[in-house]
Design a protein around this ligand. Structure first.
Ligand SMILES: Cc1cc2nc3c(=O)[nH]c(=O)nc-3n(C[C@H](O)[C@H](O)[C@H](O)COP(=O)(O)O)c2cc1C
Length: 321
């Protein structure tokens, strides 16, 4: 039997959607390319077009906000009104032109430590806003959505054992996410992906594993593991116990560990910059997909650069034999 070995440039399929390779552009707000009104600008379309043209496996469009009062910063793209559909559709279109599957990240900044003091009615209405945003995302022609459930924003606040001390229905830390998925199930089919970015530490890795397993039961298609509400005990950048022999960033570790507990494809992220590191994580089946963020900003042609490095490395190996 001829089993082809997986590498960074092997295709990957999620439902009916084919990714050319295992590299993902993670969501990154391009503050300088957006105005305070939240509309897509020509500069933003050009940026995503360039990334798509260079052959990345999948793009996850930056955090788009479900409500005007839920932004993380003034200049962030919006999806709280139908008037955003036109601009966002242009990004979906340019990515399609280059056959690059594209999800849009759906976000609300939330209330940080104050999440437990927000009224139940307000959270009910934000849940409705998320649902409306999903409907708009589909109208725009994206290949799916990524729920922003990480980085101490609204859904991470609700998932967090540290910050969510509510006693109403939202005190069930996964209630919001479960309801959102249940009430939007009809939108998702083989051509429309439901992804989520989670904090793999909420605040511990075991909480991230629990969240991922529950999401799998809810029928999620893709889990992108990043960081959550940190344990204040850890004063350094690293917010968990990291085995000394782990070669990569602690956030990558969260993804690698969570992958061991679920069958849903896992995207890992943070400080993956070189072809060598990205290839190692994929070839050893530590992750299904790798996200390259800042590396892609500083080198929009990261994919062609990595392909060159890869070919060089393989050729070198052969010559050494
Ligand atoms: C300028 C900038 C904007 C970002 N915006 C978002 C965002 O909109 N949503 C999100 O989930 N993460 C956001 N992030 C985090 C990135 O998606 C990524 O997780 C982080 O940069 C680590 O990966 P890297 O080391 O490959 O850059 C942002 C990061 C940067 C540098």
């Amino acid at each position: 039997m001829n089993v082809e070995k997986i590498n960074l440039f092997s295709e990957f399929k999620i439902k009916n959607i084919v990714l050319k390779n295992r590299v993902v552009l993670p969501p990154m707000v391009r503050f300088s390319l957006i105005g305070e009104d939240g509309y897509v600008t020509p500069g933003l379309i050009e940026w995503y077009g360039e990334i798509a043209k260079n052959g990345v496996g999948m793009i996850i469009l930056e955090a788009s906000c479900v409500a005007k009062d839920g932004k993380l910063r003034n200049n962030q793209i919006g999806i709280w009104d139908d008037s955003f559909i036109d601009g966002l559709s242009k990004i979906a279109e340019v990515c399609k032109k280059y056959k690059t599957p594209t999800l849009i990240q759906i976000h609300h900044a939330g209330y940080k430590e104050e999440i437990s003091n927000v009224s139940e009615m307000k959270l009910d209405s934000i849940l409705d806003e998320f649902i409306e945003a999903f409907i708009r995302a589909k109208k725009c022609g994206f290949d799916g959505v990524e729920i922003h459930g990480a980085h101490t924003y609204l859904i991470s606040q609700l998932h967090s054992k540290l910050w969510n001390t509510r006693t109403d229905k939202y005190g069930d830390r996964l209630y919001f996410t479960r309801e959102l998925i249940r009430r939007t199930k009809h939108l998702f089919n083989d051509n429309f992906i439901l992804g989520i970015r989670i904090g793999g530490n909420e605040p511990k890795l075991e909480d991230g594993i629990y969240i991922a397993k529950e999401l799998e039961k809810m029928g999620i298609d893709l889990i992108h593991v990043s960081s959550g509400v940190p344990d204040p005990e850890y004063k350094q950048d690293c917010k968990i116990e990291l085995p000394e022999d782990f070669l990569f960033d602690w956030v990558v570790y969260l993804g690698v560990e969570i992958k061991k507990h679920v069958k849903v494809p896992i995207i890992g992220v943070r400080a993956i910059k070189t072809e060598n590191d990205a290839s190692f994580l994929i070839e050893n089946n530590m992750l299904d997909l790798v996200a390259v963020g800042r590396g892609m900003i500083s080198r929009p042609h990261w994919i062609s650069w990595a392909k060159k490095k890869y070919r060089f490395r393989i050729n070198t190996k052969e010559k050494l034999k």
